[in-house]
Design a protein around this ligand. Structure first.
Ligand SMILES: [Zn+2]
Length: 51
């Protein structure tokens, strides 16, 4: 198995922008390929898997 496909909700803690992406969940880690927000924030996010 290569990991579970999940929908992921990402919210920027700096500007509040929300993104919904598809990602892969592997051993508690979520891989989305998401790089940065529109406000150049690259690290400060709330990331939650959606059902
Ligand atoms: Zn932002």
């Amino acid at each position: 198995m290569i990991g579970t496909r999940v929908k992921v909700s990402i919210r920027c803690k700096r500007c509040g922008e929300r993104f919904v992406l598809r990602g892969k969940q592997e051993k508690g880690r979520i891989e989305t390929g998401f790089k940065q927000c529109l406000c150049n924030n690259q690290a400060d996010f709330d990331i939650e898997p959606m059902e």
